[in-house]
Design a protein around this ligand. Structure first.
Ligand SMILES: Cc1cc2nc3c(=O)[nH]c(=O)nc-3n(C[C@H](O)[C@H](O)[C@H](O)COP(=O)(O)OP(=O)(O)OC[C@H]3O[C@@H](n4cnc5c(N)ncnc54)[C@H](O)[C@@H]3O)c2cc1C
Length: 396
């Protein structure tokens, strides 16, 4: 099976940024993408909130992200990731074409907006139909727009859009909104917001740009039209993360849970950008996540390589595995440092908490523990309590 250092899944802003940082750090990087590199922004007509780029089309920005990653000789490969397997501590990426073993993986497969599915929605996406008020709201200064949806996102985004639009129709197919009370009170006390309930958007129509929506009342079947310039769809967003379910910890809706270093619940697997459980989903935050994930992956890979040379290469080595979050074990580590010179063989001290994979690989059940390795093979291991235990273990 092909073996790579860092495999990045998804070539949107987060994956491409991770590739740039990974390559610059000297890692062997493979980037797997199922479609055209660039991610969601490829379909965006205008972007004006990525720092340093006053205005660009989504495609221009995506192309410059890609060119930047190519400049550092990132290897791109086409493929759809179907599964992530952990077997004997190994991380295996399964695509529709092959299986690849990776030292570290960054999941950067982004998210997708749920669609209304009416005629005109796809045709006018980027030409009046939007899924992001923060991204596109400012383009509708003094215009009339509609928001479709009845949950928190729809109600809060409708309120946000009143900063720009002169009127915001809030269209919901049921007779009551699902959003929380505070958001509803704020939105309904805003004179620019006009709620329309029991109604579905039958079609979005226009010429080059959106010009109107056609509504149908689901109770009366009455059809009506609203002239407007923009339609914001907030009927839900979901992560492209089906393949990590059951492997990584996820939160409601399947969003991947990470630390600030983009670490997931599995050591050596990181997640970045829209796919993770995060506050803001934008190009700038995705890029920032990608940089953090790549540097965290670099740290992880370096540590693994260091550990391998420390533990698996020498003919004979003793190692103490102790946890860096347990006060007694931290104290024992200090005592072990002093013993190092007295033991007649190489002696390594390893943080067993941060290196859970190596701990598991060597079959250590509890910490602190001593292990003797001969050319990477475990000869014996034993739980220890104090410096005396370490001495006894090394003298046997
Ligand atoms: C219409 C629209 C307008 C927007 N406008 C703005 C804006 O003006 N400013 C702004 O900052 N943000 C904007 N955004 C949000 C922004 O595009 C996202 O926050 C950003 O693209 C997230 O980047 P990402 O790399 O995390 O994910 P994505 O951009 O979603 O990229 C993920 C990549 O992974 C690939 N992928 C997914 N699943 C798989 C798989 N199983 N195997 C292989 N590859 C896979 C996808 O094809 C995609 O290329 C907009 C979004 C949309 C939809």
């Amino acid at each position: 099976m092909e073996k790579r250092e860092l495999v990045i899944l998804g070539a949107g802003p987060s994956g491409l940024t991770a590739a740039i940082y990974g390559k610059r750090a000297g890692l062997d990087v493979l980037l797997i993408e199922k479609g055209r590199p660039g991610g969601q922004i490829v379909i965006t007509s205008e972007i004006e909130n990525f720092p340093g780029v006053v205005k660009a089309t989504g495609r221009e920005l995506a192309d410059s992200f890609r060119a930047h990653a190519e400049h550092f000789e990132t290897e791109f490969r086409e493929g759809t990731v179907q599964a992530l397997k952990i077997a004997d501590g190994k991380k295996i990426v399964v695509t529709n074409k092959e299986e690849i073993e990776a030292e570290a993986v960054i999941v950067a497969t982004g998210a997708r907006y749920k669609k209304v599915g009416c005629p005109g929605e796809a045709r006018y996406t980027g030409s009046g139909v939007s899924y992001c008020a923060v991204c596109d709201g400012a383009f509708f200064q003094d215009e009339t727009v509609a928001v479709i949806g009845g949950g928190n996102a729809a109600v809060e985004e409708a309120d946000y859009l009143t900063r720009f639009a002169s009127r915001v129709y809030l269209i919901h197919r049921r007779d009551a909104f699902r959003a929380h009370r505070t958001a509803l009170d704020r939105a309904f006390s805003n004179p620019k917001i006009v709620p329309i309930v029991n109604s579905v958007v039958q079609s979005i129509e226009g010429s080059d740009m959106v010009e109107k929506v056609v509504l149908r009342n689901v109770k009366t079947d009455q059809v009506s039209e609203i002239p407007l310039a923009g339609v914001f769809v907030f009927v839900g967003i979901e992560p492209n993360a089906e393949f990590v379910q059951g492997v990584l910890e996820v939160r409601d809706g399947g969003w991947i849970v990470t630390s600030g270093r983009m670490e997931t619940s599995v050591e050596g697997i990181f997640a970045a950008g829209d796919v993770r459980d995060t506050f803001l989903r934008q190009v700038v935050t995705a890029a920032g996540d990608g940089a953090s994930a790549a540097m965290a992956a670099y740290g992880y890979i370096s540590e693994q390589l260091h550990l391998q040379s420390l533990l698996l290469k020498p003919i004979k080595v003793f190692a103490l595995f102790a946890s860096s979050i347990d006060q007694d074990q931290i104290k024992l580590t200090g005592e072990a440092e002093k013993l190092k010179g007295q033991i007649g063989a190489p002696f390594a001290i390893v943080d067993g908490y941060r290196n859970a994979r190596m701990t598991e690989k060597l079959g250590l059940q509890e910490l602190p523990a001593m292990v003797e390795l001969n050319s990477g093979r475990v000869v014996r291991c034993k739980a220890v309590r104090d410096a005396e235990g370490i001495n006894v273990f090394c003298s046997m």
